[in-house]
Design a protein around this ligand. Structure first.
Ligand SMILES: [Zn+2]
Ligand SMILES: [Zn+2]
Length: 265
């Protein structure tokens, strides 16, 4: 018997039988948007609990698909990414109502073949002034840890390159937000919760670059490590925007001063 990943259709040693409690809506979304219409290999065990994808309490069923390590990681990252983007957007809109914030690179479910199809990198969130001019851009990153417990803040080199592409193109103040997202167990279901937000800008991040590390997991992807002390608690971002700190950052970028996010040694 040989198995295949439901999403990328490779067969191999890294396959697992992956389980998700999902509401009917989210199950349909995963089937049609991420799994090329492949139905789960098992569906049943209905309980009232949290949907793994949308986080709502409702009737959910256990759904299982055979997935490779990479596709499993992608699918498990969907609820975290969607939740963190929404959380940061709501936070910005409620605290800084004089800037109009929009999601400009929403997390969307997609099949394997459409991954990385040369689309222009965009910031997760863009802020506009009352005349509709872009004034600042935000990249949202997530992790289980609080900044204060981190020894290094990690950013994949591919993420660094994407950020630098839109920074070079737009030359507008760019900030990195770190959202601490934890999984809350509510057996047999579980859901994700945003705990806290921190921010920094790309110039500060660049100053705190430490080294490049090759990861043991995630197909040996390379990541840049930074001193996490460049991150500040979310509330100070309101001050940053009030004193128009973004204008200074934009000016530096317009003068051709593009920060280096990592250096290969
Ligand atoms: Zn796969
Ligand atoms: Zn759902």
């Amino acid at each position: 018997m040989s198995y295949k990943c439901a999403r990328c259709e490779t067969s191999g040693k890294s396959l697992t039988l992956d389980s998700f409690f999902l509401c009917d809506n989210c199950a349909t979304m995963l089937i049609t948007k991420a799994f090329n219409n492949k139905r789960p290999v098992f569906e049943g065990c209905q309980v009232e609990g949290y949907c793994y994808l949308c986080g709502n309490i409702t009737d959910v069923k256990l759904r299982q698909w055979i997935l490779c390590e990479n596709c499993s990681r992608v699918v498990h990252s969907y609820p975290i990414g969607i939740l963190a983007q929404r959380h940061v957007l709501e936070w910005l809109r409620s605290r800084i109502p004089w800037i109009k914030f929009d999601l400009t690179d929403p997390v969307i479910l997609m099949p394997y073949s459409k991954e990385g199809t040369g689309k222009e990198p965009q910031p997760d969130i863009t802020g506009y002034d009352d005349r509709g001019n872009k004034v600042l851009m935000i990249e949202v990153k997530t992790g289980r840890s609080s900044i204060s417990d981190m020894r290094s803040f990690q950013l994949d080199l591919s993420d660094c390159d994407d950020i630098l592409k839109y920074v070079e193109r737009e030359r507008i103040a760019t900030y990195i937000f770190h959202v601490q997202v934890v999984e809350v167990y509510a057996p047999p279901t579980s859901y994700f919760r945003c705990v806290e937000i921190w921010w920094t800008d790309i110039f500060e991040l660049s100053k705190r670059f430490k080294r490049i590390v090759t990861r043991r997991i995630d197909r040996g992807k390379k990541a840049a490590y930074y001193d996490p002390r460049c991150f500040k608690p979310a509330d100070s971002f309101i001050e940053e925007v009030k004193r128009r700190g973004y204008e200074d950052l934009t000016k530096r970028l317009r003068e051709g001063n593009i920060p280096v996010l990592y250096r290969e040694s």
